[in-house]
Design a protein. Structure first.
Length: 309
């Protein structure tokens, strides 16, 4: 991303170098500081912490590409959230799950007064439940009750009128209260025998620090994403990743299920009773590990995720 920023800034004619550097550094800090908050929004919009990270990465790329030509940005946070909102809508369209927004109906509806207990309940609502709301209602509730935005900020991010934002917020809150009274009937996913066997073998070798055995399990053209950090390609490059894990002691791996798919949950070995700190995802091809996605440097992603051990 920094390389892309540098490329974009090089295209700005006659821009003072010191000003460009200062602006880039401030923008870079904003991206880093807002990343967990942006992910929280994207995850709840898509109903998945994994898809939310994909939308977040798309948001950051779009923001970096637009930065050079954007001119002075008075409200960087609002600007980034508007990009994230549009990226989430694009994602939902691609997934063919976007629902009718109905923004302009009942536009004069009064927003419910603040209720600290209800606000806490909404903030803790599962990602799956948020997905039951139409897009506009979902967005407005997340922005106000989870992220603390004002109605004016919601209108700017969603590019709608203040009255429309009020209506969407009221409807979303009403729906969530109705959902809260329903019994939890989500099926409990579990690992198949095949997934348990191959994931269990990987985890057992990893916990035993037998990284030579792990290297024998990965494909020659394996691809690795250390989320928010780096990407590596091929067995030679990815082998360095295992070497880095051999030098630290703050991890213990457990096979599990996250959002219905096989996953490796990573715990603090000194606090096994706490929830997982982060997770890893593996994809397989021809009996070998073809891709690894490690969220060690993006611990915010696991917040609110549905997982089972």
């Amino acid at each position: 991303m920094k390389a892309l920023l540098a490329h974009n800034e090089a295209d700005v004619p006659n821009a003072p170098t010191a000003a460009i550097t200062a602006s880039r550094e401030a923008f870079d800090r904003s991206l880093s500081e807002l990343r967990p908050k942006l992910h929280r929004y994207c995850a709840r919009m898509t109903g998945s912490v994994i898809d939310g990270e994909d939308v977040l990465q798309e948001t950051l790329v779009k923001a970096i590409e637009a930065f050079a030509g954007a001119g002075p940005i008075a409200n960087p946070e609002g600007w980034l959230f508007r990009i994230a909102h549009n990226a989430a809508l694009d994602f939902l369209r691609r997934r063919a799950r976007r629902e009718t927004a109905g923004l302009d109906e009942d536009a004069e509806m009064i927003v419910d007064p603040a209720n600290p207990v209800a606000d806490r309940q909404i903030a803790a609502t599962s990602l799956r439940t948020f997905m039951r709301l139409p897009v506009a209602q979902r967005s407005s509730v997340i922005l106000m009750d989870v992220l603390g935005c004002s109605l004016q900020e919601i209108g700017a991010i969603m590019e709608c009128s203040l009255a429309a934002a009020k209506a969407a917020l009221h409807r979303g809150r009403t729906q969530l209260r109705a959902f809260a009274d329903e019994p939890e009937d989500a099926p409990q996913a579990s690992l198949s025998d095949a997934d348990r066997a191959r994931l269990g073998a990987y985890v057992a070798h990893f916990n035993a620090r037998d990284f030579d055995a792990i290297r024998a399990m990965i494909a020659d053209d394996v691809r690795l994403e250390l989320v928010s950090k780096t990407r590596l390609n091929g067995k030679a490059e990815v082998s360095r990743y295992f070497g880095n894990y051999s030098d630290i002691n703050d991890w213990h791996l457990v096979p599990g299920v996250l959002e219905g798919r096989p996953a490796i949950l990573v715990f603090d070995p000194n606090d096994r009773d706490a929830g997982p700190k982060y997770f890893m995802l593996l994809d397989w091809a021809a009996g070998k590990v073809a891709t690894i996605r490690d969220f060690r440097h993006a611990p915010y992603v696991i917040e609110g995720a549905d997982y089972l051990i």
